[in-house]
Write a protein that binds this ligand. Structure first.
Ligand code: FE
Length: 231
């Protein structure tokens, strides 16, 4: 039997916003590899890329929080926490934050939130697996949770630091495009659809990509217009 990575792409995951605080700094990031491993006591495993700012905050602070994201979480919100680094942006300043005992918890678009103490860390190569025990947990809304597959079906691809990142699997888009075509962000995979426009940023439905203002940026990751290719 050969090693076919596509076999692993069929696996199911949720989407979580993991938060942490240490040394006066706090941050949050999107993670899909968050899962409960024992019920009593309630322990979970959380895999975080070593390059991420949140990784260091969990390691140094010894605590983390997480929110189970709702299916309705907008791409812009996921993009803020999934495609930008907390070293550059104070992400939590753009969110509704509730103070937990040890870490901030983001309640926007949350189905549930929990706070957990780090019991053990395992070096998994590019990622550290934190074994944590939940000490506080609360259902925030009765909304349906977002799945990793559902997120991919909606838009884009995984950020490159996700444990399940698949790299560039699609050939580059051809340069020719009809005037009213969709355009896709080369950084995060967000697709601009002229029929929808970008009403949250003052772009009316029916606006062609070519007619977007020069300073328009990707609503998900903040990349400039020239990072987009026609579909
Ligand atoms: Fe983008």
């Amino acid at each position: 039997m050969a090693m076919d990575p596509k076999a692993l792409w069929t696996m199911s995951y949720g989407m979580y916003l993991v938060t942490a605080r240490a040394g006066g700094r706090a941050n949050g990031q999107i993670a899909n590899a968050v899962f409960q491993v024992t019920a009593e006591p309630p322990r979970l495993a959380i895999a975080i890329n070593k390059e991420n700012f949140t990784h260091d905050l969990i390691r140094d602070g010894g605590w983390c929080g997480f929110a189970v994201l709702a299916e309705s979480a907008p791409m812009e919100f996921i993009g803020l926490f999934g495609f930008k680094s907390g070293r550059d942006v104070d992400k939590l300043a753009h969110a509704t934050v509730r103070d937990g005992l040890h870490v901030p918890l983001v309640v926007d678009h949350a189905v549930a939130v929990a706070e957990a103490r780090v019991l053990q860390t395992t070096d998994a190569g590019t990622h550290t697996v934190f074994i944590v025990e939940a000490v506080n947990a609360e259902v925030v809304s009765g909304a349906a949770p977002l799945t990793y597959a559902g997120y991919h079906a909606r838009k884009g691809k995984a950020p490159k630091n996700a444990p399940t990142y698949r790299g560039e699997t699609e050939p580059p888009a051809p340069p020719a495009a009809s005037p009213a075509s969709t355009w896709t962000c080369g950084v995060c995979g967000y697709t601009y659809d002229p029929e929808e426009g970008d009403p949250a940023h003052g772009v009316a439905p029916g606006t062609r990509f070519e007619d977007l203002p020069d300073d328009w940026v990707c609503p998900v990751c903040g990349a400039p217009k020239d990072a987009f290719l026609p579909d």
